[in-house]
Structures are given as structure tokens and as C-alpha cells.
Design a protein. Structure first.
Length: 324
């Protein structure tokens, strides 16, 4: 299979990748987007989306990603359903190998491989994922107004999620395996001052309880079985939602020894830019964004990456990179 060349190669098919593709295609750069194993990214497991601008009524995550795919294709992006297995960034043009045996060479590369939430790994969690089990309070907290929710975890992410939810939910119970938080002290102090927040120390979720789907009604969470990590005792707690906040894992395996990473494993980018440590390689969305992790911010970064790739191809060094 002979190698194929493109000016702009995009790896990943979430909001960042599709938006980069739309902008690059409209700039007549004929981009190629390699979709990967999970086309559409995390929005494919998101049901009601109410915070993406432009839609007065809630929309479905998979529908939104389908529309982005169609738009990218319509304006001239070549969508390739394949999986990148190797990237060589020490030479120009960059070389990308895929699972099908195809080799691509590219003048610029946009990395939009995303990040995955770390889950508890229990069977009932999968059963109710997207229907009462979430990994994003900013995304889904709105649906739990005046309801009782659990947040699982003990780091900054968990405490921040609990603080956010305390302004929306009736009650927030933080379930943590240890007897103290790992989060910043100032965040802990704020959390402990919230009257509707309770902490269950030395505890973990053994099972999430709920009602199965009864068309037209979807599945729903009604409670959780909590295990004491010291004694093994199980208690049952009525609850409407479970937010898992034990961290995210960015999809950076292909780039670890070639691109600069942040201390937490996310791809490093120059300030106010999507430029990585190698000129011509750009990163957008959750693979580099360890702060916001929203569809709209990922889309915005995809736009930035395409515009910066266009400038790079025109011989104009990205401003943030040139300033270093």
C-alpha cells in the first residue's frame, strides 16, 4: 500500500478534530481526518446536551457528532475510518502509520485524540452510564436540580465537582476510599463549609442501583450500595445521580517520547496557542485541555489549530511559538 500525502492530517474525531477539519477544508487545504476507534469521542455516550450554543432545546450527543461529521465531509474533508498506530515526528513530512497498513505523510499534524474519564469499573456503572452516572458535573449537573447526588473521589477534581454540584443539587455526598482528601486545602475548606455536603470517609461504591429502561422511559439511578473499606460492611443509600471524579487519562501514548507533556500527562501547548513542542504539530481539545474539558472549548481549540496550521503552511510561525 503506497504512502499518501496531505497538507493537514487530523487525528481524532471529537469536536476538536471535526472543527479543525471544517476550518482546514474551508481554507482549501484538503485535510484528511483519521477517525480512530471511537468516532465522535465522549459525546457519543452523552445523552441530553443543553450547553452547546445554537440549540434552544436539548440535543443528543451522538446526533451532534453526526452533524459535525457531515459538515466536515460536506466542506471537503476526507474522513478515514482507521486507527493510528505509530507517529514519527522527527522527520519532515511527518509520517503516520495506521492499523490498516496505510502510511500517511503530512506537512502539519493536528492531534485531537481526546481524553477518557477514569471509571470505577463496576458492572452497574456501565449499565447506567449516561442515565444517572456521569463523569462531568459541568455537563450534567443541571439535570440534578434539587436532587441527591454522590461524587466519588478525593482529589481536586472531586472536590471541585462537589462544590459545583452543591449549588445545584439538594444534597451532595462525597464518597472517598481514604480518611483524608488529596485536594488543595483551600478547596477542602470551602467544601466543608457547604451545609448540603456530606463526606463518607473510608468508603467506596460497591453497586449502583436503579430502574432498567421501560420504553419510552430510559434507565434511571435510584440508589447506591456503599462499602466500608475497613470493615467491608455494606449500606444502601437512596440517590439520583453518581458523578465519578477519579481523574481523566489523555490519549497521548503515541506521542509520549516525541512531544513535550505537562506533568499530569496532557500534551503541552504554548500559551494562547495550540502549538506543541514540535513546529507544525498542533494539539486541540481534551488531549491538552486539563482544565475545562467541554465540547465547546474543544471545538474552539480545533478552530485555533486549523488556523495555526494554515499560517504555518503559509510560512508564518504561530505567534506563541515564535515568541519563545
Amino acid at each position: 500500500m503506497s504512502a499518501r500525502h496531505t497538507q493537514v492530517l487530523i487525528i481524532g474525531s471529537g469536536p476538536a478534530g471535526y472543527t479543525a477539519a471544517i476550518y482546514a477544508a474551508r481554507a482549501m487545504l484538503k485535510p484528511v481526518l483519521i477517525a480512530g476507534m471511537e468516532q465522535g469521542g465522549q459525546l457519543m455516550i452523552t445523552t441530553d446536551v443543553e450547553n452547546y450554543p445554537g440549540f434552544a432545546d436539548p440535543i443528543q450527543g451522538p446526533w451532534l457528532m453526526e452533524q459535525m461529521l457531515k459538515q466536515a465531509h460536506h466542506v471537503g474533508t476526507e474522513i478515514v475510518n482507521d486507527l493510528v498506530t505509530k507517529v514519527e515526528l522527527s522527520q519532515r513530512p511527518f509520517v503516520v502509520s495506521t492499523d490498516s497498513g496505510q502510511t500517511w505523510t503530512a506537512d502539519t499534524l493536528v492531534i485531537a485524540t481526546g481524553a477518557k474519564a477514569k471509571w470505577l469499573g463496576i458492572e452497574s456503572e456501565q449499565q447506567f452510564q449516561g442515565f444517572g452516572v456521569s463523569a462531568c458535573a459541568t455537563c450534567d449537573g443541571f439535570f440534578y436540580r434539587n436532587r441527591d447526588v454522590i461524587v466519588v473521589g478525593g482529589g481536586n477534581s472531586a472536590v471541585e465537582e462537589a462544590l459545583y454540584l452543591s449549588n445545584i443539587a439538594k444534597s451532595v455526598t462525597v464518597v472517598h476510599r481514604r480518611d483524608s482528601f488529596r485536594s488543595e486545602k483551600i478547596l477542602q475548606e470551602r467544601l466543608f463549609q457547604r451545609p448540603n455536603v456530606n463526606v463518607l470517609w473510608n468508603s467506596e461504591i460497591a453497586e449502583i442501583i436503579g430502574e432498567p429502561a421501560k420504553p419510552p422511559m430510559p434507565p434511571s439511578v435510584t440508589g447506591a450500595r456503599i462499602r466500608d473499606t475497613r470493615t467491608g460492611a455494606i449500606t444502601e443509600m437512596p440517590i439520583h445521580g453518581v458523578f465519578v471524579a477519579i481523574g481523566h487519562a489523555p490519549a497521548t501514548e503515541l506521542f509520549k517520547d516525541q512531544l513535550k507533556l505537562k506533568s499530569n500527562g496532557y500534551l503541552w501547548t504554548a500559551p494562547d496557542s495550540t502549538a506543541t513542542s514540535i513546529p507544525g504539530v498542533f494539539a486541540a481539545g481534551d488531549v491538552t485541555d486539563d482544565t475545562f474539558r467541554q465540547a465547546i472549548t474543544a471545538a474552539g481549540m480545533g478552530c485555533m489549530a486549523a488556523l495555526e496550521a494554515e499560517r504555518f503552511l503559509a510560512g508564518i510561525q504561530p505567534m506563541a511559538q515564535a515568541a519563545e
